[in-house]
Ligand binder design. Structure first.
Ligand code: AP5
Length: 251
């Protein structure tokens, strides 16, 4: 992602740069908090979690990227799921749990974490609740909202660098040289699941499988006096980040 190329900065400085409203910074950043960013394909989950990860210097766990890495490395698992992934199908919950568990063992959860693409089903939402209880971490959740028309435009114009992970958009974030990564000079490509015939099914799968996950997590959060907070994701990326930062400040 583009934002990942910046050095991590102190939260207070970052907040000052991003907001000209002189809001108080969050004293402890994302300490002991799992921040979940929900949103349909193309809503900007990757873009926003990467920005927040840079700002707070907390790890970002993006299950979609972990899965694509398996495909790129041609692991046995990667080869098994490659076709389904290109068609927008979900990986089964058990596999996701295993992957996540292995990854979480590497992290100091007390520093907080950002979740992009997890939970994606109701059982995954229940799994998150049990992990949070086990490690004594709080959950904050946001849902990026954008119309289908905007999502289709974003997914159709996305270009990615498979080598360094940078993400561009033909219109909103074009590379300096056509089809060439600004960072590493590699050729940009189109994600297999961004093909015209897969975009609509992916958006439908989100409505069928992930909307119940949002409902499930809403129930969990309601018991703690919180909710999944909606965010207007149709604004420019910086405005969306600013909005998220403002919400994170409000306990
Ligand atoms: P994943 O990689 O998570 O894909 P996704 O959910 O479909 O989301 P996208 O990555 O397509 O979009 P995004 O919201 O991150 O948008 P982005 O920031 O890139 O998962 C891929 C697949 O893996 C899934 O389909 C599933 O098969 C599997 N999978 C993953 N997790 C799983 C799980 N937990 N369980 C089971 N299966 C799982 O932005 C999109 C474009 O728009 C970019 O070009 C960007 O530059 C641009 N853009 C972003 N924000 C803005 C803005 N505000 N204004 C203008 N342009 C913008």
């Amino acid at each position: 992602m583009k934002a990942s190329r910046r050095e991590p900065v102190a939260f207070a400085d970052a907040a000052r740069r991003l907001s000209n409203r002189n809001l108080k910074p969050i004293p402890d950043g994302l300490r002991s908090t799992a921040v979940v960013i929900f949103g349909p394909p193309g809503a900007g989950k990757g873009t926003q979690t990467q920005k927040l990860s840079d700002l707070f210097s907390v790890p970002r766990i993006a299950t979609g990227e972990m899965i694509r890495e398996e495909v790129r490395r041609r692991t046995e698992f990667g080869r098994r799921i490659e076709k389904g992934l290109a068609e927008g199908q979900f990986v089964d919950d058990e596999t996701i749990f295993g992957m996540l568990e292995r990854r979480l063992r590497r992290e100091d959860l007390q520093r907080g974490l950002l979740l992009d693409g997890f939970p994606r089903t109701a059982p995954q939402a229940r799994q998150l609740e049990s992990v949070a209880t086990q490690f004594g971490i709080e959950i904050r959740a946001f849902e990026l909202k954008a119309s289908r028309e905007v999502l289709i435009r974003r997914l159709s114009g996305r270009r990615v660098c498979e080598k360094c992970g940078a993400v561009f958009h033909q219109e909103s974030e074009p590379p300096r040289r056509e089809n060439v990564c600004d960072d590493c000079g590699s050729e940009l490509s189109i994600r297999d699941d961004d093909s015209a015939e897969v975009i609509n099914p992916r958006l439908d799968i989100h409505d069928e499988a992930t909307v119940p996950a949002i409902r499930e997590l809403t129930q969990v959060l309601m018991r703690q006096g919180r909710k999944v907070e909606p965010i207007d994701a149709e604004q420019d990326p910086e405005s969306v980040t600013r909005n998220l930062l403002e919400r994170l400040r409000n306990e």
